[in-house]
Ligand binder design. Sequence first.
Ligand code: 6R9
Length: 664
Amino acid sequence: MSTTSSAIESVLVENRVFPPSADFAAKARISGMAQYQALCDEAERDYEGYWARLARENVVWTKPFTQVLDQSNPPFYKWFADGELNASANCLDKHMGTPVENKTAIIFEADGGEVTKVSYKELLARVSQFANALKARGVKKGDRVLIYMPMTIEGVVAMQACARIGATHSVVFGGFSAKAVQERIVDVGASLVITSNYQMRGGKELPLKAIVDDALALGGCEAVKTVLVYERTATACNMVAGRDITFTEALAGQSTECAPEAVNAEHPLFILYTSGSTGKPKGVQHATGGYVLWARQTFEWTFDLKDSDVFWCTADIGWITGHSYVAYGPLAAGATQIVFEGVPTFPNAGRFWQMIERHKCSVFYTAPTAIRSLIKAADSDSGVHPKNWDLSSLRVLGSVGEPINPEAWMWYYKNVGGERCPIVDTFWQTENGGHMITPLPGATPLVPGSCTLPLPGITAAIVDESGNDMPNGAGGILVVKKPWPSMIRNIWGDPERFKKSYFPEELKGYYLAGDGAVRSEDRGYFRITGRIDDVLNVSGHRMGTMEIESALVAKTDLVAEAAVVGRPDDLTGEAICAFVVLKRGKPTGEEAKQIANELRNWVAKEIGPIAKPKDIRFGDNLPKTRSGKIMRRLLRSLAKGEAITQDTSTLENPAILDQLAETN
Ligand code: 6R9
């Protein structure tokens, strides 16, 4: 790189191109664009044949499939539907008797810095023993198990154990509230909950089991017969006799061998809740065969994985990234990975860099929000700047969860990757199962801020509102034209909503991603421009505006009406901005501040702290059309602090705009 650093930092839109080094490309799994193109051509020539080949190469089938794609009932597509497999056997058993058996599967670093390592062989024994404990509590194939666990080896073991016996897991992120846990228990029909007494984050011991107790007390959870409690810390927690049992008790006397239960390829491996445009979170249902295939294949391709790599994905198992690139992909590929319990800023904001040095991490995968907050920390305290650590083990860097702005990309490239490591900006969604649009580090010339090109076989395109292709340079709606193996199969219990949300008729049956995107005129590279629905992306976490609105209006003693919009935020990508009408009228001064805080805490209790609005503004009313529809585009402008230039002639109450423009 010949450019000076001041030039690097000053560019807002980055046009430079960073091709892989010849040395990197020479050793890569997919080496050069010609090899990428050859795979794309193969998929185009014989779509089913391509996927069948990958499914045979990447997955161990106990019963080989003879059908590939079943399109008889769109959009309820089936893949490899007469095949049988077990996901856990594909992650563990298959490595036994190979050199991977004694390889470290997980390097666990606890919040306080203690390190525990577990080999593939040991992990198999622990998963098997846990699977037997689940069976002893009556869990069987097809049952749903809710997992509410911190980032620990035990969290991964719990997921794998469910997969082993054919139980469908539903992991809920440890930051969600009791109410959110209860709603998911009820919706998914869980018969058993796996949790931990406490979790350790930033040196603090935070309760988890107590939240499960509160969730179960909210009612509707009668199907839950057992709560398994991991003793993460020595502190006691409330245990309900006959229902609650510690891991130690549950595992005692259980064999460390458990034959994996073969399931049909379409058997639901997991259900993961995510936010949509309407109030209720959607239970995204994934099938076993296609998911295992793509989790492994994308892991190996996107990160160009080598046997000697030490991979680290910082995502929590409560999100899809933690499913595909912690719990399944790395294990199916026989990789060594780091699992981290804590937070990037404890004991200080150098924690990530310190851990990369300590464990000789070679592939590092994190979110733009984390990078931006660490840039800020390093700017104000040079002691936590990555230059203080030896990061020479790094080979590949990854980004996920939201668009990465070119400045953050350049900082990551220069200060973390030493201008040596390609950055893979991976675009995908909970519903996709694995990477969709991403550079391949040994092939794709990188452009900062662009997720570049679809993986071979992924028919991503940009269309207008009638599903017609848009030319490069013109923005539009991101769709995927053909079904792919790891796609969402259903919204749990709501097939109508599945059809309506993802396959609207006017889009010719294409999968609707919910994001806007544009392709560059020169290379046809994709750049994601953000959600086109009522979903916000705050620090890489998906939040439905309606979900937050429902939580606010549920505070019936105070709130008459609420509307939530997003506004751009330097650190978190988007910030939540709530416009609230109180029953008692518009508060001012101290009272307004105090009520805003009360409402923030209320939302944290209803959904979780990640949903707390950053701004809360009060008014006597909301801007509405004469037919009573809230004009959100005006609210978005107000939230940004912009002058209103849009047409307000259809507004019933234009005077309200001045009132809502005031911040508290
Ligand atoms: C994996 C994950 C999905 C939404 C998605 C989009 C945004 C994710 C991105 C990205 C730009 C990237 N998103 N990766 N936007 N560039 N590399 O994050 O899943 O939690 O379901 O969120 O996140 O808006 O629609 P999920």
